[in-house]
Design a protein. Structure first.
Length: 298
């Protein structure tokens, strides 16, 4: 049992309720559409149990660990991340010594080079977020893999970890269960949420939207039956199509407006309301401006 202090009501808290079972042996702790809370996967095999993402901060990490341990029993745990962003992976210290922490090499490198800066940035997001990050320690994985694909046999269930390099971050990773046709996308795909374009030049410009868009095509080719997005409701391949369509839409609008001589702040002022109106039920419209600026700079 954790002896950590509880977080305040406005902190982004992972649910301690029993996870939702997608198919026998595959579960998700749903984000409940709470900002800065990710969807978290728990994937069972006969010999081990894989946890996909762990939430932000030590209290959330404890919550996820407790949920995973309840499902796993005596089976060993493995923790992996979809990417290094704090709301997905800065609860990993709760797993240190209780699970085998396993990332791709690019995630480890990005955690070293950019993790402290992102921790400082997230702490500025308000008291609730700062409280969630209280006592955070950035921990390194126990092991990493190189290359675009690594398979883990959990015992009767094989899981594929895939990465393409620079996209939404420098080393985004999806988790694919080929036999179950279940896909965990991280923030490469979110459901009815404007995609997060972390485009903050000159301080932070680690983003490749063309590759990101190409990955979404690759993921559709997998033909997933169930898609667990980084944030938002669990669904199917329509989530991938919606994000891809949005990226195509913004890129084309920027090209057309730029060709017509619109530039700078006028570009954002003209296009952002159009894009917002085209997706009235999508959340986090603050990311529209960043997407416009990104495509304008290409």
């Amino acid at each position: 049992m954790s002896d950590r202090s509880p977080m305040p009501p406005d902190a982004p808290a992972v649910s301690a309720a029993p996870p939702r079972t997608l198919v026998p042996g595959v579960h998700v702790i749903e984000d409940r559409r709470i900002p800065l809370v990710p969807n978290i996967g728990i994937v069972e095999g006969r010999d081990a149990v894989l946890v996909v993402d762990c939430g932000m901060g030590p209290v959330n990490g404890d919550t996820v660990l407790a949920s995973a341990r309840k499902i796993a029993g005596d089976r060993p745990l493995i923790l992996t991340l979809t990417h290094f962003h704090p709301e997905h992976g800065f609860g990993a210290q709760a797993f240190k010594g209780h699970a085998h922490i396993f990332y791709n090499a690019g995630q480890r490198d990005e955690l070293v080079s950019r993790g402290p800066g992102y921790l400082d940035m997230f702490r500025s997001f308000g008291p609730g977020v700062s409280a969630a990050l209280d006592g955070v320690e950035i921990v390194m994985p126990d092991a990493v893999y190189d290359g675009p694909l690594h398979r883990i046999d959990l015992g009767g269930r094989v899981v594929e970890l895939r990465t393409w390099g620079l996209a939404h971050t420098a080393a985004d990773q999806i988790v694919w269960l080929p036999a179950d046709r279940i896909l965990f996308t991280g923030d490469l795909a979110e459901e009815r949420i404007f995609p997060i374009f972390p485009w903050f030049p000159p301080d932070d410009a680690v983003l490749d939207a063309a590759r990101w868009r190409s990955i979404l095509t690759d993921l559709q080719v997998l033909d997933p039956a169930i898609v667990v997005p980084g944030h938002g409701s669990v669904g199917g391949a329509e989530i991938l199509r919606a994000v891809a369509g949005y990226m195509d839409e913004v890129a084309q609008l920027v090209r057309d407006a730029t060709s017509a001589g619109v530039a700078g702040t006028d570009l954002v002022a003209r296009l952002a309301p159009v894009i917002r109106a085209a997706h009235p039920d999508w959340e986090a419209p603050e990311w529209i401006d960043f997407a416009i600026r990104y495509y304008a700079g290409q």
